[in-house]
Design a protein around this ligand. Structure first.
Ligand SMILES: [Ca+2]
Length: 454
């Protein structure tokens, strides 16, 4: 068997160099593709024009050549490829123990939405990113997950990336961002969200702002001037909906307004900052939006909360987000209705996801006007910044299968901001466990792929 493979490889190589000048016959292509299948047991993608493997782009198989898994099926695959994009992909299915060949189309890597739409039309489960070597799930259900994003925008940049992920998921129709609550005080921090809403094409998403929260939390990266950036011609760089003289609704009031208008148990909250606005929501009384008090309103409308924070396992130590405004945090833990599911994303889950500043800038090299790129160009983001916050958002949309989770239990908070987990199958709380290096690599590449979409 090995000898045959070697022979075929030797046949394939000279063909590759001649391919541009001399068109290879379809009969020869059958031999080449069959050999490729044996040379690349994990899969390959081959351009029939150049007989080279493309190294960039988003590969999707055509439905028409589905179930082509033996040598006899190759002529039909080649014929289809000639009539379409002249690309053939091969991949091994370990479940069926079969090696499949497909006529394939390659989208530019910044055309994920189009690639996903094509994959869905062609009943394909995944889009394969040739450059990053990751599969992007395409067989998701378009979902009506209603999300409120609660962020301490204006200090760490992972809040920016988590929000970017939400817009991308909205592009895919996998969720609906119904509002953003900025729990870090200061209008500039809400203006940053206003810029992002506009930049990513969702200028009307309502924004609320905390005014009675954590008094003076540490700022790691001071990107609060981002909304007011100007070009060299002194023109505002970024569009905004709420102008310099505009105002934002109080954070907990926006929560009340949004929740009151939603169906029962339909709202997901992704909380990646302090829980000050959430605590004030829970303490609130009936108002013009709802006759329910805050606890009743949350119990009625909120299905689950994904919260960046918590320290679990053997170490008992204070959590950063909960320590920033401990009185609010204690209130939040005390008043959160037990019927509301909560999943914590401890810092250690995002710790290995190091999106280096130079990579951020190069991933956004397609434009000079980008709010996240601006932050990385003009400020020192080399602060130990990791992709913590996106973990809460990704699970909220992708679902529980994407993460390894703890068993169920209850979580209480100590006055020192330590999170204490008590296992109980009836508990409302779970927490994410850190992924292995392969998983971390995949998730970081997934975030980077979203960064280059435009
Ligand atoms: Ca945050």
């Amino acid at each position: 068997m090995k000898k045959i493979v070697l022979l075929l490889v030797l046949l394939a190589l000279p063909l590759a160099s001649q391919a541009q000048q001399n068109r290879v016959s379809d009969k020869e292509l059958v031999s080449v593709l069959w050999a490729m299948g044996q040379m690349y047991p994990d899969g390959f993608t081959l351009s029939l024009d150049s007989l080279r493997q493309p190294t960039q782009g988003l590969a999707v198989s055509y439905l028409a050549t589905q179930n082509s898994f033996d040598k006899k099926s190759l002529p039909a695959v080649i014929k289809h490829a000639h009539e379409h994009n002249n690309v053939v992909g091969g991949w091994y299915d370990p479940v069926e123990d079969k090696y499949y060949f497909d006529s394939t189309i390659i989208f530019p890597e910044d055309s994920l939405t189009a690639a996903l739409a094509f994959a869905r039309e062609n009943q394909q489960h995944t889009v394969y990113d040739l450059g990053r070597k990751i599969n992007i799930r395409s067989n998701y259900e378009e979902q009506d997950i209603r999300i409120i994003y609660d962020t301490d925008m204006g200090s760490s940049t992972d809040d920016l990336f988590a929000l970017m992920m939400l817009y991308r998921y909205m592009d895919m129709k996998r969720c609906k961002l119904i509002g953003v609550v900025v729990d870090r005080m200061g209008k500039a921090n809400a203006d940053i969200v206003d810029v992002l809403n506009n930049y990513y094409g969702y200028p009307d998403i309502p924004i609320g702002l905390e005014t009675q929260g954590a008094p003076d939390p540490k700022v790691w990266i001071t990107y609060h001037n981002l909304p007011y950036a100007r070009t060299t011609d002194a023109v505002p760089m970024f569009k905004r909906t709420v102008g310099d003289n505009g105002t934002y609704m109080e954070g907990y009031k926006l929560y009340r307004k949004l929740l009151a208008a939603q169906p029962d148990r339909s709202v997901t909250i992704a909380s990646v900052g302090f829980v000050t606005s959430l605590a004030r929501l829970l303490e609130s009384g009936p108002d013009e939006y709802s006759p329910l008090n805050g606890v009743e309103l949350v119990r009625a409308k909120v299905k689950s909360i994904y919260a960046m924070g918590g320290v679990f396992g053997d170490a008992v130590e204070p959590d950063y987000n909960f320590a920033q405004a401990i009185d609010f945090s204690l209130k939040f833990f005390e008043l959160l209705p037990k019927e509301v599911d909560i999943v914590f994303s401890p810092g250690e889950v995002g710790d290995p996801l190091d999106y280096r500043p130079e990579l951020v800038i190069s991933d956004m090299n397609w434009t000079d006007f980008h709010p996240i790129k601006w932050t990385y160009q003009f400020l020192n983001c080399n602060t130990g910044q990791k992709m913590w916050d996106p973990q809460a958002v990704i699970q909220a949309v992708e679902g529980d299968d994407f993460y390894e989770l703890s068993p169920r239990g209850w979580v209480t908070l100590t006055p020192k901001a330590e999170t204490i987990f008590t296992p109980d199958p009836k508990g409302n709380a779970r927490y994410q466990r850190p992924g292995d290096p392969v998983w971390c690599d995949m998730v970081l590449k997934y975030i980077r792929l979203m960064s280059i979409q435009h």
